[in-house]
Design a protein around this ligand. Sequence first.
Ligand SMILES: NC(=O)C1=CN([C@@H]2O[C@H](COP(=O)(O)OP(=O)(O)OC[C@H]3O[C@@H](n4cnc5c(N)ncnc54)[C@H](O)[C@@H]3O)[C@@H](O)[C@H]2O)C=CC1
Ligand SMILES: O=C(O)CCC(=O)C(=O)O
Length: 450
Amino acid sequence: MVEKILANLEKSNCSTDDTFLQAVSEVLASLEPIIKSDSRYEQFAILERLVTPDRIIQFKIQWLDDNNNVQINNGYRIQFNNSLGPYKGGLRFHPSVNINILKFLAFEQIFKNSLTGLPVGGAKGGSDFDPKGKSEFEIMRFCHAFMRELHTYIGARIDVPAGDIGVGSREIGYLFGEYKHITKNYDGVLSGKPYAFGGSLLRPQATGYGVVYFAREMLSQELQESLEGKVCTVSGAGNVAIHTIEKLQQLGALVVTASDSDGTIYDPRGIDLTVVRELKENGRRLSLSGYADRIPGSVYTSKNDYPAQGHAVWQYPCFAAFPCATQNELSLFDAKSLIENGCVAVIEGANMPTAPDAIELFQREGVLFSPGKASNAGGVSVSEFEMSQNASMEKWDFDKVDRKLDELMRQIYKRVSLTAKEYGVERNFVDGANIAAFKRVAEAMILEGV
Ligand SMILES: NC(=O)C1=CN([C@@H]2O[C@H](COP(=O)(O)OP(=O)(O)OC[C@H]3O[C@@H](n4cnc5c(N)ncnc54)[C@H](O)[C@@H]3O)[C@@H](O)[C@H]2O)C=CC1
Ligand SMILES: O=C(O)CCC(=O)C(=O)O
């Protein structure tokens, strides 16, 4: 049955980008052994329905640049599955954005959101707009134009977008401003809002901190190890990477790398986050090569100076690796290099950053591997906490949100590892995550009827 579903998807896939098929193939491979365990799964055509988005919304975004030239971009929202609750998932602004990438992200989001145990469905959206080099006012006009098209499809109980690559609290602020302007409705229609109006404390940190809370629990339970004093490598230099590095450092780990799409920085004395922030935060997109100019003893490797089949960030010895940049950024070549250099755990912060053959190698070699849908679920969880605060007109303090996040990440780890054990694939956190998430969504789909 799985082969038939994949063949149908391949036939209807008219794009050369196959990230959606990659994501579906991984999930279906995990589910194959359990699909016969409950006759209702076939009777209700759960798999076929689960791989088909409820709706794909596409729109044209027209806006004026600073020279009053008309600019046009494509905008999308993929509302994939709302069996467990309102559609929920981020918006990505990046020139690589297309329907297939957003379908993969929205599909993964269904499973991630299910693993949190919270009442939210799966969605994703975005635009091929490139924020690089745009002025503050261009960003604002673009966000306003994007929301003029999107606003009819979203709502606090319908679909609640948030941030992702290229979309942080600044963009969410502009999107919210336009939503309110058009609808006159001041509800929690977006999460990741600035704290000044409706945002939750800790949302900016939540994904990265959650990744580290998950890693801490996994290492302690599986290897009786802590992160203190351990060398870690992290890729990326955006929201998720910065807060992963920050929490690792707070727990006493030595983080020696960061990266962006042009290259990698290696600092054997430990990444200085102040410098990374000065180069990357608040809409700045300066090259990480500026880090090496500032910090003696650090080394910058441009991606052009490294073999094309790999990424320089994974060439360094480490105890644990945290891919936090983007999809398929850790190849088989990189996995071999990490294993040769003694890495014992890979914890994904980005969505699907590890290539399938690299995951297979990690699992074969006994490297603990956590899929992003489990370990990066802290972001959407605190988004859901933001929705709760908005609905009840409350403001929770930092420590309360932090405690709840830590507890939730432990629960996700437990859910995933117990499920893996229950289905005879102990320590296979990919199968554990896919099966645990699937069972919850499938049950809701069955109970809601066709
Ligand atoms: N922001 C959030 O709350 C969540 C984000 N994620 C995922 O985490 C990843 C990073 O997202 P954010 O940090 O929010 O985005 P961001 O826009 O803040 O940062 C993205 C970072 O990745 C780097 N990057 C992009 N393409 C790259 C490439 N080809 N090679 C190396 N580096 C590259 C960029 O230079 C930037 O430093 C994405 O996969 C995203 O889907 C997952 C869960 C929640
Ligand atoms: O906070 C959210 O709603 C979604 C975050 C997100 O896009 C993700 O988990 O990949």
